[in-house]
Design a protein around this ligand. Structure first.
Ligand SMILES: [Zn+2]
Length: 154
C-alpha cells in the first residue's frame, strides 16, 4: 500500500471496509510519515471539534422565505392550474429543507469546527446552506429575484 491522505482520513473516521482498514493499519506500523500525518489530522480534528456552533446569520430566514415566496408566486403565474395547497406544500418542503440543511450544517460544524477556524467555517457554511437551498428551488430564478428592482419582486 502506498501513502494516501484519503485513506488516512477515512481510517481516522472509521469509514474503511475492514480489509482496507487492516492494510492501512499495517502500513501505519511501517510508515513514520503516515503516522505523523495521522497524528496531525487527529490534532486538527480535536481542535476544530472544540469550537462552538455558530448562530445562523442574521437575515437568513428572511432571505430564504423571500425566495420561497418568489417561487410560489412564480409557480402561480406560470402554472395557473396549480392549487394553493400545492404551492403551500412546496413552500413547506423548501422551508423543511432549509431547516434540515441548517441542522446538518450545525452538527457538522460542531464536530468539525474550531475556535480559530470558526469565522471562515461559518461563512462557508452559510454560503453552502444558501446555495443548497437555491439549487433545490432553482438558482436561476433566485438570481432573477435578487437582481430585480425591489418594486418588481413579488
Ligand atoms: Zn505512508
Amino acid at each position: 500500500m502506498r501513502c494516501s491522505l484519503d485513506l488516512l482520513m477515512a481510517y481516522m473516521d472509521d469509514q474503511l471496509p475492514s480489509q482496507v482498514e487492516v492494510r492501512v493499519r499495517h502500513h501505519l506500523a511501517r510508515c513514520a510519515a503516515c503516522r505523523r500525518q495521522l497524528a496531525e489530522l487527529r490534532a486538527v480534528r480535536e481542535l476544530l471539534s472544540a469550537a462552538p456552533a455558530p448562530a445562523p446569520p442574521p437575515g437568513l430566514v428572511e432571505t430564504i422565505m423571500g425566495h420561497v415566496r418568489f417561487r410560489e408566486a412564480q409557480r402561480v403565474r406560470t402554472r395557473p392550474q396549480l392549487r394553493f395547497w400545492q404551492g403551500a406544500f412546496a413552500g413547506s418542503a423548501a422551508a423543511a429543507l432549509v431547516v434540515a440543511l441548517w441542522l446538518v450544517g450545525s452538527s457538522l460544524l460542531e464536530r468539525e469546527g474550531g475556535a480559530a477556524a470558526a469565522p471562515a467555517v461559518e461563512a462557508a457554511l452559510q454560503e453552502h446552506i444558501v446555495y443548497a437551498a437555491l439549487l433545490e428551488t432553482g438558482a436561476g430564478d433566485w438570481m432573477d429575484w435578487a437582481w430585480a428592482p425591489a418594486g418588481d419582486r413579488p
